[in-house]
Design a binder for this molecule. Structure first.
Ligand code: ADP
Length: 759
């Protein structure tokens, strides 16, 4: 400001040196001077008398040289050439009416103004570099030795506490949303702990956070001290523009901030910003109950320490993230190995138990393989999971779905928010309805605050709350209601990797199976053609044996004695038996060859023909055969299915010693009778009908349920129950299997048997 451009009124004011108040104030522990580019004192704090022994009006509008010596003024002039927002500090002694006074002088520029702040100090001597170095070096050396982030932050608060001697030193960490938590703390033993405390983003407003990024340290030695106003000579220009004191060390405290800390019983604070990747990561916050002065140099040292911590932090955070990723990867590798080795895929996923949860850091999981759901850890109920899968199936893209606030998307989840506010879903196969679901509880369930959550909230007469840690915690809880901790990208990746591995393993297993099937098919074919060739070729010599034996019996009977005749008769009957055996073998080997000729077949007609043939071959022809309801029409090869029914019906009468023998033929309908028993009966098929042939015969002991289907296996001697080759059921089984069906038996010895089959 130069004299030439002031108005007459301003001139009058100048003459009278009548200062006006600027709409700002500072803390009272130092003096603030606002200097024009000519280094004239344009405005100042209304406490110059206390520190400099001069009234504001004696200094306003005066050149800086009224206070400082020529050398000091020159240094400030030089500083003015520096870029804006750089800071220059130096030791200063000023001759006052009270004698020589020492100050720490801190200068910085905002626009065209130089702000010079003077804080009184005991001596003109600076802390020696060596002292400073010794202090910091020790702290740094210790920090480097800790590898884990928690230990590191604990060390940081301890070191800062050592230097500052504050009652409580904490590290606050911000999350992505700006909310924060206390992650490290040292404190006077009689104070209640804040460790683990969470507070909402509003507790430290965005503006304050931005400021911390520009100005790394904030110091308030006494919250309760009366602020000191700034005075200026009236000038419409300076009057209207608020003074930018953002970078001032003496800047006064916002009333909200004062109230906030007063509620905690805190009088002095020192806050150091922790910056990671150019973003405010957290704060080192020091609280003291009584007023506490920290010399400027010590504060600078703390700021420097903060910068070192910031650098090291980046390294530590990255390291701990890396450690976590490595842990996930090793879990993954472990998983994949056991899945690839396991026969039972579900078991391999679930055991050993915590592994499935650890792979994405979840508290609960559900493995869903078709209708079979297995729960691990803390989860909703099976029914809730089943319904959830139905819903998720409509949400899933790329076989993946994740949310950290399920109840907001799926309102039914409010009921199980305690276990599943967060959900991560992998779809392994859509065709087979294979899913893995992971659950995380509502954040609140997982947070323990070391403080006393039961201490009552203070409600003021006007209904407002007094802000205090307890209230902050409650407010924060409101903001995180119905949400879980979010799924980190490395966790989601870990799930995807698991899916890829499972799919890969399943595919390669399928390949393996296909190969085994191919081999089997080939050897089956070989076997069948061998059996065919062998039985075919055997028949001819057998015929020879039979014929020559008969010739012997007829033409040479007189040459043989009784024993000889008997032996020869045995040869004949054995060769007859051998021929039936060979015929069965031939039949069986032929069954394995050629395509099935499927056609729509009315089983009622088919059964009529079968029964006619059976009746014709048996005495008495009066057989009690019951068919309780009409049989369906199905796709099958009628000749083969006739053979099955024929075998079963003949057995039903053959293995029956009752006076009144009967056979019942019918079917169970899966759609009409979805009863449990039926599902147990036909465990692995989805065929619509289960046919049965039931009798009141001798029954089959349970340990023979499988044996009877083996080729040439009989449960009785030749003489009993009319003999047989033991091939009937083996042939029936082959036919059923060629139709893609199953055959099995249920029986009660002495009461009867039921043979079931599907096609
Ligand atoms: P077989 O030609 O001897 O009848 P199958 O293969 O038809 O041969 O039957 C194998 C064995 O199973 C029979 O020898 C018999 O012991 C037993 N079996 C088959 N059907 C019945 C039934 N309905 N009741 C009791 N036992 C049966």
């Amino acid at each position: 400001m130069s004299h030439s451009d002031i108005t007459p009124t301003q001139a009058t004011n100048l003459i009278h040196h009548e200062p006006i108040y600027l709409p700002t104030s500072i803390q009272p522990h130092g003096v603030l001077l606002g200097l024009s580019s000519q280094l004239e004192i344009g405005w100042l704090s209304n406490n110059t008398q206390d520190f400099l022994g001069k009234q504001p009006r004696e200094l306003l509008n005066q050149p800086l040289s009224t206070l400082l010596n020529a050398e000091q003024v020159k240094a400030i002039e030089q500083f003015c050439q520096h870029q804006e927002s750089s800071v220059y500090s130096f030791k200063l002694s000023i001759q006052t009416s009270k004698g020589e006074q020492y100050f720490d002088a801190i200068a910085h520029r905002t626009q065209s103004t130089v702000i010079l702040e003077l804080e009184p100090t005991d001596s003109i001597n600076q802390i020696s570099f060596l002292n400073f170095h010794a202090l910091v070096q020790e702290a740094i050396a210790k920090m480097r030795t800790t590898s884990n982030l928690t230990d590191f932050l604990h060390l940081v608060v301890s070191e800062v506490q050592k230097v500052t001697k504050f009652d409580r030193v904490m590290v606050y960490q911000f999350d992505q949303m700006g909310a924060g938590s206390v992650v490290a703390e040292v404190k006077r033993s009689d104070l209640s702990p804040y460790l683990g405390l969470h507070y909402p983003a509003t507790d430290i407003p965005q503006q304050a956070r931005e400021l911390y990024q520009r100005c790394l340290l904030r110091f308030i030695p006494d919250m309760n001290a009366q602020p000191v106003e700034l005075l200026a000579v009236e000038n419409p220009e300076t009057h209207s523009t608020p003074v930018d004191l953002n970078l001032s060390v003496l800047r006064s405290t916002h009333p909200c901030c004062v109230e906030y800390h007063q509620n905690m019983g805190v009088t002095a604070i020192l806050v150091i910003a922790l910056i990671k990747e150019q973003k405010l990561w957290g704060l080192i916050s020091c609280h003291h109950q009584a007023p506490k002065h920290i010399p400027y140099e010590v504060r600078k040292m703390c700021e420097f320490l903060g910068q070192i911590v910031s650098l090291e932090l980046e390294h530590k955070v990255n390291q701990s993230e890396l450690d976590y990723k490595i842990k996930l990867q090793s879990l993954q590798a472990d998983f994949i190995e056991s899945i690839s080795k396991a026969d039972n895929f579900r078991e391999a996923l679930i055991y050993p138990e915590p592994r499935l949860l650890d792979i994405v850091n979840a508290q609960g999981a559900a493995v869903c393989l078709d209708n079979d759901i297995t729960l691990v850890g803390a989860t909703p109920t099976i029914e809730e999971v089943r319904a959830l899968i139905e819903w998720v199936d409509t949400q899933i893209t790329d076989n993946l779905f994740s949310t950290d606030s399920l109840p907001k998307l799926y309102p039914e989840a409010v009921a199980f928010k305690d276990t599943a506010s967060g959900l991560l879903v992998l779809r392994i196969s859509k065709l087979r309805r294979y899913y893995i679901l992971w659950f995380r509880p509502e954040v609140i369930q997982t947070v323990n605050w070391a403080g006393q959550p039961n201490e009552p909230i203070q409600v003021n007469p006007d209904g407002s709350f007094t802000l205090c840690p307890r209230v902050s915690f409650e407010l924060w809880q409101e903001t995180v209601r119905l949400t879980s901790f979010c799924w980190k990208s490395c966790e989601v990746e870990s799930a995807i990797a698991l899916r890829n591995a499972i799919v890969g393993i399943v595919l390669s297993k399928a390949d393996e199976l296909a190969k085994i099937n191919q081999d089997l098919e080939r050897s089956n074919r070989d076997l069948a053609s061998f059996a065919f060739a062998a039985s075919h070729d055997l028949k001819e010599p057998l015929r020879g044996i039979y014929n020559y034996s008969n010739v012997l019996l007829e033409d040479y009977a007189q040459l043989l004695d009784e024993d000889g005749m008997e032996y020869l008769n045995t040869v004949v009957s054995l060769s007859v038996r051998m021929e039936t055996l060979i015929n069965s073998l031939l039949r069986l080997s032929l069954l394995g060859q050629g395509q099935l000729n499927l056609q729509a077949t009315d089983l009622n007609n088919l059964l009529c023909q079968v029964i006619d043939v059976v009746r014709a071959s048996r005495t008495p022809a009066q057989l009690d055969i019951r068919i309780p309801r009409l049989m369906p029409t199905i796709q099958c090869e009628p000749v083969l299915v006739s053979e099955v029914f024929s075998n079963l019906i003949i057995n039903a009468f053959k293995y029956n010693d009752k006076q009144d023998k009967w056979v019942e033929i019918g079917y169970l309908d899966i759609h009409q009778q979805p009863e449990k028993r039926l599902q147990q009966l036909q465990p692995q098929t989805s065929a619509p009908y289960v046919f049965y042939v039931q009798d009141n015969g001798i029954g089959i002991p349970e340990h023979h349920y499988q044996t009877i289907f083996r080729l040439f296996k009989r449960l009785h001697s030749q003489e009993k129950y009319g003999g047989g080759t033991g091939a009937g059921l083996a042939i029936s089984k082959k036919i059923v299997e060629r139709h893609g069906g199953l055959i099995w038996v249920e029986s009660c010895v002495g009461i009867g048997s039921a043979l079931y089959f599907t096609l």
